[in-house]
Structure formats: structure tokens, C-alpha cells
Design a protein around this ligand. Structure first.
Ligand SMILES: NC(=O)c1ccc[n+]([C@@H]2O[C@H](COP(=O)([O-])OP(=O)(O)OC[C@H]3O[C@@H](n4cnc5c(N)ncnc54)[C@H](O)[C@@H]3O)[C@@H](O)[C@H]2O)c1
Length: 273
């Protein structure tokens, strides 16, 4: 059982990548982290690391798109602290299964993309929101993507479901604001994670050009997202709700503008090599 002051924070996909950064950051801030992940080994490693730093973590292994896993996450989180859940981070999402274009895609792919990017957000939120509403307190942070706002050729269905995550964030925030629950999201871009490693993003490209492509001049790190999630989950963000905050090094603001290779200004027409 946790002390009354210790927050209970649930993170889906909390072992690696952005979710891994979030669970480690929230644990370092003193939260008991209920960490769900499909990768048992990575989840156990994350728990050991958190415990090694003096933090607390309970792992609930399994695929969050499986309703029985959602049930286990709910039961584990509610058992941990007398039915209390303070923070929910719906982090799991994936652009795969991918296809070359929408015309090449198959309805089975759309279904899996729905399960991975949007449906589990509904299920886990539905499972944990009542305990927040009962206490009149809670914060939900969803992980969307810049592609909820900016087009991404080849991933139209993925982007549509993530636009759904951001729309759900807005609408739910209005419903539950007076009940003491805030709902926000982050929209990452260009994070160096297992799903979108810098090495894969750079394959065949010149790493020296990254500062021309990204206003902040580098790829993102899971910690960049984790810091913003910690803020959105905290009382410092007590008057912030319904927002999707880009954590993208400025790419959404730039929206197709790049620095020129000759160092003279910017262009929205990609430079010649
Ligand atoms: N990486 C980026 O640049 C980027 C950009 C935009 C949005 N996002 C979003 O950020 C979130 C995290 O992305 P990431 O790059 O850290 O991903 P990742 O694939 O690197 O890590 C995902 C984590 O979730 C776990 N996981 C995957 N599927 C799961 C499932 N079905 N059930 C439970 N656990 C599962 C993995 O084991 C891993 O620990 C996703 O929602 C993604 O769409 C990422």
C-alpha cells in the first residue's frame, strides 16, 4: 500500500521509448508507477532500473489492445492504493502495420491501427476515469502525434486515429473539467526511440543536415516528452486542459520550412543536394 501522498500513475507502453522515459521520470518524481508493456523483458528491466533508483513500480505485462489486459491494469492500479489513480498516460501507439499508400492498404490494417492508436485509449480511460471522478482529482495525458495536425503521406489512417486522440482529449476535457479531472495530450515528432530510431530516420542521409530540417537542430529524446508529461500531470498545469502540446523541436511551427544549406535564410522548396 502506498502513502496517501504518493501519486499512482499508470503508463501504457511504459518500458521503452517515450513511455519508458515517462515512467522513469514519474517514478523519479515520487510516483508509484503502474507500468503496462507488451515486452515483458523490457518492462522488468524498467522496473529494476526504477527500483534501483529508489522508486516504485508495478509491471502489468500484456497487449493493451486486449480488454483482459486493460482489466488487469485497472485491478492492479486500484489495488495498489485503495482505489486511487492520480495519473493516466495513454502512450501506446504505432504507425505500423504500414503500407506504401492508402490505396495499397487493407481494412485489416486499419483495424489494427485503430486498436493500437485509439481504441485502447477509450478502454483504459473508461476503466480508470471513474476512480478519478470519485475523488474529484486526476490527470490524463494522451500521446498523439504532430500528424494529427500535419499530413503524413503513406500513413493517412494512422494520422486519422491520432487526430481522434486529440479530438477525444478536447471533448473529454470539457466533460470532466468540473469533476476535477484534466485531460491533455502531447504531439511528439522525430523522437529517437525504438519505433523511429535516429539511425533509421537518417539512413542514407547526412546527419550534418539535421539542423537544417529541425528548428531546434536535433532529434528528440524520450526525456523531452517525459518532462512535458510530468508538467501536464502536475498541479503546475492546474488550469490547462483539452490541449495537445507539440513536443517536436519546432517542426509543426515550421510546417515545411527548412534552413538553406548555404546558411542564407530559409526555404519551403527543399534544397538541391
Ligand atoms: N517516436 C516518435 O517520433 C513519435 C512521433 C509521434 C508520435 N509518437 C507516439 O508516441 C508513442 C510512443 O512512441 P515510441 O516511439 O516511444 O514507440 P516505441 O515503439 O519505441 O515504444 C513503445 C513502447 O510501448 C510498448 N508497446 C507497444 N505496443 C504495445 C501494446 N500493444 N501494448 C502494450 N505495450 C506496447 C513497447 O514494447 C514499447 O515499450 C506512440 O503513441 C507513438 O504513436 C511517437
Amino acid at each position: 500500500m502506498v502513502s496517501t501522498e504518493q501519486r499512482v500513475s499508470v503508463v501504457s507502453g511504459g518500458a521503452l521509448g517515450i513511455g519508458g522515459g515517462i515512467s522513469r521520470r514519474l517514478a523519479a518524481a515520487g510516483d508509484l508507477v503502474v507500468l503496462n508493456d507488451i515486452d515483458d523483458e523490457a518492462a522488468d528491466a524498467a522496473r529494476s532500473e526504477i527500483e534501483g533508483q529508489g522508486g516504485r513500480c508495478i509491471v502489468v505485462p500484456g497487449d493493451i489492445t486486449d480488454p483482459t489486459v486493460v482489466d488487469r491494469v485497472r485491478e492492479t492500479a486500484l489495488d495498489a492504493a485503495d482505489g486511487r489513480v492520480d495519473v493516466l498516460v495513454n502512450n501506446v501507439g504505432d504507425f505500423r502495420p504500414a503500407s506504401k499508400t492508402f490505396l495499397h492498404s487493407k481494412p485489416e490494417q486499419w483495424q489494427r491501427l485503430y486498436e493500437l492508436n485509439l481504441e485502447h485509449v477509450f478502454h483504459l480511460t473508461y476503466a480508470l476515469l471513474p476512480s478519478m471522478v470519485d475523488r474529484g482529482r486526476g490527470a490524463i495525458v494522451n500521446v498523439s502525434t504532430v500528424e494529427a495536425y500535419r499530413g503524413i503521406p503513406g500513413h493517412a489512417v494512422y494520422s486519422a486515429y491520432n487526430a481522434g486522440v486529440s479530438a477525444f482529449t478536447k471533448s473529454l476535457a470539457i466533460e470532466v473539467g468540473r469533476l476535477g479531472v484534466r485531460v491533455n495530450a502531447i504531439a511528439p515528432d522525430l523522437m529517437d526511440t525504438p519505433q523511429t530510431s535516429a539511425a533509421a530516420m537518417l539512413r542514407g542521409r547526412d546527419a550534418d543536415l539535421v539542423p537544417l530540417w529541425v528548428p531546434m537542430g536535433r532529434f528528440g529524446k524520450a526525456e523531452d516528452c517525459a518532462a512535458v508529461v510530468e508538467f501536464l500531470a502536475s498541479d503546475d498545469a492546474a488550469f490547462v486542459t483539452g490541449q495537445t502540446l507539440p513536443v517536436d523541436g519546432g517542426t509543426l511551427a515550421a510546417s515545411g520550412w527548412y534552413a538553406r544549406t548555404n546558411g542564407k535564410g530559409w526555404t519551403n522548396m527543399p534544397d538541391q543536394p
